[in-house]
Design a protein. Sequence first.
Length: 861
Amino acid sequence: MDQKKCNELWQKFLLKIKKFDTNVILPPPNVTGSLHLGHALNIAIQDLQVRFSALNNYYINWIPGTDHAGIATQMLVKKSIGEKADNLSREELIEEIWQWKKKSESRICTQIKTMGALLNWEQYTFSLNENVTHAVRKVFCDLYQNKLIEKDKRMIYWDTKLQTAISNLEVQFKQIDGHFYHIKYFVTSKIPTKKDIKDSDKFFETSITVATTRPETIFGDEAIAVHPADKRYQHLIGCYAKIPLTNKWILIIADERCDPKKGTGAVKVTPAHDFLDFEIGKIHNLPQTVVILKNGTLAHNNLVPKSIQGLTIVEARKQLCNLIDMHIENLNHLVPYGDRSGTILEPYVTSQWFVNVEKLAPKALRVVRENNLSIIPEYWIKTYEHWLENIEPWCISRQICWGHKIPAYYTANGSIFVAEDEDSLEKQLAQTKYKRKDLREETDVLDTWFSSALWPLVTTGWPNQKTQINDFLVTGSDILFFWVTRMILMSMYCNDQIPFKTVYLHGLVQDEKGKKMSKSKNNVIDPMTILEKENADILRFALLYNSVPGKNARFSTKDIDTSRRFHIKIQNMINWTKLQNIWTKQHNIKYKHFWNIWIFNEITKLSQKVKNQINKWQTHEASQTVYFFTWNTFCSWYIEGAKHLLKNEDTKLETMHTIRVVISHLLHVLHPFLPFITEQYWQELYQNNEYEKSILKSKWPNLTQIQISDEKLHTTREIVKQIRSWSSIFNIDRNKTVKFMKFNELNENEEYDDVMLASQMLNLNFERGHADFLCLPLTILELIVYLPIKNITKEKIKEKLQTIIDVKSKTLIMLNKRLQDDQFVENADFKIIQETKESASELQDTIDMTSKMIQNLENKK
RNA sequence: AGGCAUAUAGCUCAGUGGUUAGAGCGUUACGUUGACAUCGUAAAGGUCGUAGGUUCGACUCCUAUUAUGCCUACCA
């Protein structure tokens, strides 16, 4: 089993392709570590399509690559370095990450190759390659010039652990058990003076209680808002409330966005630390008072009590419970977490770069609505549309070092220059008073998905070359918004064309209980440990067999077992042909025997069926089809019969030939599912192990069925099936001969090779004629077969025959009832009526025959 | 809160406006060890989530409802 040789052969095959028909990109894995089962599934599905296409003379330039995965990789590297990471300079850290990248990249590429993917490695791209940087800068500048990118001070989600802004999409809301803190603010209608404050006890008129989940932000409060129509608080509007533990007084204001039903109906407004408060603050002209720092600790300023300055949010909250008299209630609520760092995110007002994606969205919506771009499964289209219709500006700047630098430059007084390269920057400067040395380069880098959004372009030489529309994209449904939509948006913007015609979304690979695989749950199945033990084919088939579009696949070692059994079955089947000397003498003989013609027609049908299923992306069904054919149709039926044809000199040679032909076709049909084993057998059995021509060189079987009545085939299979079935109820007397008769005519010369084959498969002796002893008469198609049973009595036979009549009559009555229904006859399709009639008459025949047998039995006494 | 999806055999899931709804695994019985670290055959097991409607005919289409999952959302 030399898989390396197969890979070499396939690479050679790719090199010889002069012109590819289309491009397809492999979703670039992150250089964070190694491949997981999701990658393996993704590769298996694409490789199935790529190989199938190649077998049908359609060549796909499947382009591999890896992604730098900014935040994720930087985080991992820092973690691996430990505390020393903080002492490294920016450049040193970047260097460390490059080292990590090299290792991870080479590991990933080896793993992909082990899977047997038919990728064009000549065009391998890493997302920080020079040409990618070039394209990224170009697109950024274009967008900036068209006012589609802008820098702005807005409230964004801030990750206090990673100390960077992140986009809305990277926020994961989690339902957690938290607390609702009811805090009392004392209230007065008079403007408080210094004296009042000193003498506060006498001064208070009333109080207002505010419910919050974030008591530590009270020092940033700038108002308390109530609904204007809320009768409980109307009289307090315009009064002043005192923030506990401070001498700060804030106004009670009216705002319609307050929901009287929530909490106490009065909400504290903290414009610097909450999205809604930020909006309210803008309208009411409130200052943004920052009390929580970028690292998630309480600020050192005179608003925050000394004792909690510098504490983390969690610690501060604990302290405040002791310092302030408050009522605490349990509350299950949603809290924003960073999907990478796993920490609670802080709303924070900072200056960031944004893409106004809402202006790009209409085109992306149109291409899907006009069916230029299809998504499989279709129901994702609704989600896609919904998201694009409600899309918000995309925050693309990240305060980390690993990534594409934002091509912006600042002067000391805050003027911004955005330039693709130094030349263009100089040109811009020439028209101003600034010099290059006056400028400070932006240190922020771009969100990784910004360069990913250009992936179909950058992998194929854009902007120097125009990018072709890819045939398809295969990726996980979890990154539809992160990646797929953004590629569509960018491709429409840069190229004014869709990036791909079809998007196939597969689900996640979960464990057998339907849980996400994660290290903490210790339920991760590493594809590499499977690949160490098993052939890649086994992993691939297990994944494909499980994969239904858009649905998560539950994966367990049982699936590997099933797949391995299939693999072994194929090996055993081929082994058997070798033992039969099928391959030694190569006679090219026309098949005449119905059994051989039948299997030829079956493989013809199979190749058509699988072709349709692959074209429709029905990977699961296609896998099932090839599995069923190989195991049941070919091994259990055809070969079991062929064993007897090989014993007979008349049929021996043509059967050997049939087996050779059918297996050659079967190897092709199986190839996209099991590339290694099929290539190996192809080389061994058909290419004399010369390793010159890959199986991909020869083509998918597009055959024409041989016209033949399948009556004989049915007879053989029916006899075998029925007698097997009866033999599980009765004990067949194998010492006696099975007599059989034909219903209607008595052609002495007829060969009955169908009955003979059945008799051989059953290991019973068949002979024409009536039985002269008591036995079980069976009606099988046109035949009466007298099955000898040990210790049979007349009553038992009658009983069995009667059950046959009973069962058949039940169905017959139903069918007749339907046929007598005028409505049915009027409305149903002609074909359906015809079929119903035929079934009814067949049933009637069987019933008649069986009754006759009962009569005969009685006549015999 | 809204959107989407799912509900079918003991388990994991396919599938279809038309007789009697399938597969793999599991269970039970029998057979085989002559390609099969087995294999084969057979059996048991399902009012296709619930309730209505459309139709000659609904597991399939429509409506409502329940449960579960995912996505989206500013809930103090």
